[in-house]
Design a protein around this ligand. Structure first.
Ligand code: ADP
Ligand code: MG
Length: 742
């Protein structure tokens, strides 16, 4: 299998001459199939599985972990809390097990083997290796009495240390003597992302290493330094050649760290620089709709509020107002924990727009939320004379036609809606403001579509609202070049929510407690996890849960409603309305109620299988209660055996109500996880090595550095910044400017 790598001389000559014909001026741009060891078949695989088209692309694939060939630990020093370890030991005994237990050697039929156990020893002690898959191959590879290097994660089973599915290298072929490692003095071997198909196609870990070596040999000289020298010095960054070499073939731990730091810094630096540059360019352009006054409707609404705005709300409104009268386009992110009063701010902002003769739209991610917003907003607008309407996917045709007409002739001042607002036949007379709630559910493309709906020739002001509390720099990165306002204060008089964790044995007590609360006139949410909307199991849980509730809380006197993603919008609305209006005491729901739903009389939130939710989701759900004047409760029902992480999440929820604290913990625990999955997709560029979740410190540093560079040389025209200007001009850093009408 490895033969294809050790191309003999003739092969090599052929490749070189072919390469010569096919070589781009720059080896980085050369088609991957011409890299020695690849060829058309493997090239197709690499393209398919790793999106690698050129040698340069291949070099951009970095190892996600490394085997330190220089450190081998004795068996008796291994402990289950170690990450990956490497052991050099002799195979003492190999046993196979089927469904009925141990299989004698004479009877081996591999299709009946369920498990292989390998006892190894290195003189300091014994360890068991366990294989459940690939047994036939591994069985033929391992020989009793011979020595191997085993690499894996130690764990404990039945009180004894073992390793499940370790990587195995024969001592004779590993090490310095043959090929791996050794390239460029590496003492560590990189492990690259792989897939079944790559492995089946012969691109194993070792092959990948060899390909990388070939790629670096050919193309490293063509990689140009992409950071200016003065920044390398100032920030203590290693040169690009050192970084690329050591990220693939680390000389040692320290060189690897230096390489990683350099590459992460660079990536985040250019990300920040491109965002800041765009912001700078835009702020120079007088391209915003000037909205000089607040208008009568604003004042009427403000004066008739049943409460005082919090200081934070006032500050944020001032910031927004300053933006809107400045003549520049507003692009602002409004961050505020659940219940901090963002809707109020949205209404007043919308009234500034109408007060200046423009229309405003308020977009919600779900139908339920749009309805809720519409209801609240209509309440606030009473007496202002501003007409508002609701447009969603389930608006009836006649109604829809009327709304379309009202938007086109300008009689509708504030439109609330869902994605339906993006439809092409929605035409505004003069859209001056778009407010987007919980924007991570809207694609940037969709935002761009909205901009085109303004007919006055200028891009509408934009206010994005989110309840996801994330650190400031991160927010500025995730939300492109938005300015950030934070409501960091809850309206007064909120009683803390008591959060309690409980297991199944406490259910009778829980039901009694719920009955007491309902007797006091309160309402109760019971939420079931529905992580994958299509998962049958989840629906089963929800259905059995619902049956259990209806049995325990029979009608009369108890009234229970249910809301979930499989219902039609009318059904959902009907049930939600019933609960909101107090016609139901209990709302059984999936996490569709996660965001925004506001029922002040609901004072208890029960979350079933709470261990299955992430921290931020739990926090969002909890935010559905504690909105009224009554003391509220959040009850986290969990299984009795929790993983360490789940236990930690549940404990944190019971310990704090502070969304920022939770978010930070969440990020630490999850690392890239969700954050990068869902929100990073909104980033203008894809990050190859840096992680927004894990590299917060580098991110801050990179942003400050980028800011200083731009302050000092806004046009990047100075000689010392030549490299920066070239680099940031590259396609990959082109930030699309969604504030422009296209
Ligand atoms: P968010 O959207 O930020 O989660 P909402 O705007 O839904 O929060 O507000 C939560 C509740 O607090 C609503 O019932 C709202 O009427 C109320 N509220 C908003 N601002 C204030 C305030 N300044 N004082 C008292 N109550 C407020
Ligand atoms: Mg809200």
């Amino acid at each position: 299998m490895d033969r294809s790598l050790d191309c003999d001389r003739d092969d090599m000559k052929n490749i070189r001459s072919r390469l010569h014909d096919n070589m781009e001026k720059n080896a980085l741009q050369t088609d991957i199939q011409f890299l020695p060891g690849v060829g058309p078949k493997r090239a197709a695989l690499l393209r398919q599985e790793l999106q690698v088209g050129t040698i340069g692309d291949l070099i951009k694939i970095y190892p996600f972990r490394y085997i330190d060939k220089s450190s081998i630990i004795p068996v008796n020093a291994a402990t289950p809390d170690m990450a990956y370890i490497q052991i050099k030991a002799k195979v003492e005994e190999i046993s196979l097990f089927g469904a009925k237990g141990s299989i004698p050697e004479e009877d081996i039929k591999f299709n009946t083997v369920k498990r292989m156990s390998v006892k190894i020893s290195d003189g300091s002690g014994y360890m068991e290796l366990v294989f459940f898959k690939g047994i036939k191959w591994m069985y033929s590879k391992l020989k009793v009495g011979e020595e191997y290097i085993f690499f894996g994660k130690p764990s404990v089973f039945n009180g004894r240390l073992n390793m499940v599915h370790p990587d195995v290298d024969h001592v004779k072929t590993s090490g310095q003597d043959k090929n791996r490692p050794g390239f460029m003095n590496a003492t560590m071997t990189g492990i690259y992302p792989s897939t079944e198909r790559l492995k089946n196609g012969g691109i194993t870990g070792k092959v990948m290493n060899k390909l990388m070596e070939n790629a670096l040999n050919m193309a490293l000289p063509d990689i140009e330094e992409s950071m200016p020298e003065y920044l390398l010095l100032e920030k203590g960054l290693v040169p690009i050649h050192f970084a690329v070499r050591n990220i693939h073939f680390p000389k040692d731990m320290i060189s690897l760290e230096k390489a990683k730091y350099r590459l992460k810094f660079e990536e985040l630096f250019y990300l920040q620089l491109s965002l800041l540059k765009q912001k700078y360019v835009r702020s120079r352009n007088e391209n915003g709709i000037r909205m000089p006054k607040v208008g009568d409707a604003f004042n009427i609404c403000y004066d008739s509020l049943p409460f005082d705005l919090t200081r934070a709300q006032k500050r944020v409104i001032t910031e927004i107002r300053d933006d809107m009268k400045s003549g520049h386009q507003m692009n602002r992110l409004l961050q505020g924990d659940v219940g901090s009063g963002k809707t109020m701010v949205a209404v007043l902002t919308a009234l500034i727009a109408t007060g200046n003769g423009y229309q405003a739209c308020i977009m919600a991610p779900t139908e339920v939320l749009a309805q809720q917003h519409y209801k609240n907003i209509s309440k606030y607008l009473k007496g202002t004379g501003v007409k508002t309407a609701l447009l969603t996917g389930s608006s009836k045709t006649a109604e829809r036609r009327e709304i379309h007409a009202g938007l086109e002739d300008g009689t509708v001042g504030i439109i609330v809606g869902t994605h339906a607002l993006f439809e092409d036949n929605v035409v505004f007379k003069n859209l001056g403001l778009a407010i987007i709630d919980e924007q991570h559910r809207f694609g940037v493309e969709q935002r761009a579509k909205l901009w085109r709906k303004s007919s006055c020739g200028l891009a509408p002001h934009v206010l994005v609202m989110t309840a996801t509390p994330i650190p400031r720099t991160l927010a500025m990165t995730l939300y492109g070049d938005l300015d950030v306002s934070v409501i960091d204060e809850l309206p007064p008089g909120r009683k803390p929510i008591q959060t309690i964790a409980a297991t199944e044995s406490r259910r009778p007590a829980l039901f009694k407690f719920l009955k007491d609360q309902i007797a006091l006139g309160r309402q109760v949410f019971i939420v079931y996890p529905l992580i994958f909307e299509s998962e049958k199991m989840d629906y089963k849980n929800l259905e059995t849960g619902y049956e259990q509730i209806v049995k325990a809380f029979p009608f009369p006197p108890y009234r229970t409603a249910i809301v979930h993603g499989k219902q039609s919008n009318e059904e959902k609305k009907f049930n939600m309305d019933a609960f909101a209006a107090g016609r139901a005491d209990i709302l059984v729901a999936t996490s569709v109620i996660e965001v925004g739903v506001d029922v002040p009389n609901a004072s208890v939130m029960v979350i079933e299988s709470a261990e299955r939710f992430g921290l931020s989701q739990l926090h969002q759900l909890r935010g559905r209660v504690g909105r009224g004047s009554e003391k509220s409760y959040c009850i986290l029902m969990t299984g009795s055996r929790l993983s360490k992480d789940s236990r930690h999440r549940i404990n944190l929820m019971c310990a704090t109500e502070n969304g920022f604290e939770l978010a930070e913990e969440d990020m630490k625990m999850r690392g890239p996880g969700d954050l990068e999955g869902t929100q990073q997709s909104g980033l203008p560029i894809t990050l190859n090595i840096a992680s927004l979740a894990k590299d917060g410190l580098i991110l801050n540093d990179a942003r400050q550095c980028a800011q200083r560079v731009l302050d000092d040389d806004p046009k990047l025209s100075q000689a010392k910044n030549r490299i920066i200007a070239e680099e940031v001009g590259k396609e990959k850093y082109r930030v699309r400017d969604y504030s422009q009408i296209s």
